[in-house]
Write a protein that binds this ligand. Structure first.
Ligand SMILES: Nc1ncnc2c1ncn2[C@@H]1O[C@H](COP(=O)(O)OP(=O)(O)OP(=O)(O)O)[C@@H](O)[C@H]1O
Ligand SMILES: [Mg+2]
Length: 270
């Protein structure tokens, strides 16, 4: 059974002063299996963050429903942790404090000692040992995103929702943190839903990629399985015979101007 099920979800926004509603995406349906790494790729503005926010329970769907483990998603919860592109750390708290606040929320019965040990475990896991007392303003982008990942993993969520988590990180650091993410994903057996517009990132990390058409009225148009064995590295991926056909198919899709052929969109729930 799928862990996450999104069923015919549509989202409309009304801009201030506008008379009509604007449809961001329409009838989006998808499923994510337990332990799967699924990515949604699409142009800027097609509604990727909006879709992720609906799954996170931060935003309400205009139509349709999303379910986690068969239970309708009606708000945010510690079973779905989000890692944002802009890090979203609390600026007045240290690295340790930013992670501790999540642990305290998830495990209210734990004593100080147990909380301390748990936070330290995740600080170490993301390679931030020695930086525990620094505040977000004193950290590089890569370090901030490591805090974001530690904060998300430390509460033991069912799903990790990643919204372009590496977009603001330099290319070299991005590669290192992507590898760390994959290691943590494999160690914990967590399920990941990631949105990105980076084709190579999607191929390197994902089991499956969904392509979203440009909005308005965006839809999920194609589904691709990444049949490249793990463990993967940047070099092993580009040397694999499946890489270029997959990459070319995605690039061709993203370069197409007219995505209005609605008969082509895939129904991933049926
Ligand atoms: N709260 C809001 N009110 C009105 N319109 C909104 C709101 N949030 C998003 N939108 C609009 O919905 C569309 C989709 O936005 P969204 O942020 O989901 O796109 P995205 O695919 O994540 O883009 P990017 O790749 O740039 O992050 C955009 O046209 C955006 O302007
Ligand atoms: Mg976005």
């Amino acid at each position: 059974m799928a862990l996450l099920k999104v069923e015919a979800v549509s989202k409309y926004f009304t801009s201030p002063g506008a008379r009509s509603e604007f449809c961001v995406f329409k009838d989006v349906s998808l499923k994510v299996k337990e332990k799967e790494f699924l990515s949604v790729l699409g142009h800027s503005g097609c509604g990727k963050s909006t879709l992720l926010n609906i799954i996170a329970g931060i935003e309400a769907a205009s139509d349709g429903y999303a379910y986690l483990d068969g239970k309708q998603i009606i708000g945010p919860g510690l079973d779905r942790m989000v890692v944002f592109q802009n890090f979203a750390l609390l600026p007045w708290l240290t690295v340790f404090g930013n992670i501790r606040i999540a642990v305290k929320a998830a495990y209210p019965g734990w004593d100080r000692n147990k909380i301390h040990q748990w936070v330290q475990k995740y600080v170490d896991m993301v390679g931030l040992k020695g930086a525990e007392d620094k505040r977000p303003s004193e950290l590089s982008g890569g370090m901030r995103q490591r805090v974001g990942l530690a904060r998300a993993f430390c509460v033991g969520p069912r799903m990790l929702l990643l919204d372009e988590p590496f977009a603001q990180i330099d290319a070299l650091t991005r590669g290192v943190i992507q590898e760390e993410l994959v290691r943590m994903w494999e160690d914990t057996g967590i399920t990941i839903f990631m949105v990105t517009h980076d084709v190579d990132e999607a191929i390197l990390l994902s089991d499956r990629i969904l392509l979203m058409s440009p909005g308005p009225e965006a839809r999920i148009m194609e589904e691709m399985h990444v049949d490249i064995p793990r463990p993967r590295s940047r070099t092993s991926v580009i040397e694999h015979p499946a890489y270029y056909p997959l990459r070319n198919r995605i690039i061709r899709f993203l370069s197409r101007k007219d995505e209005d052929d609605q008969t082509k969109c895939v129904n991933l729930v049926a």
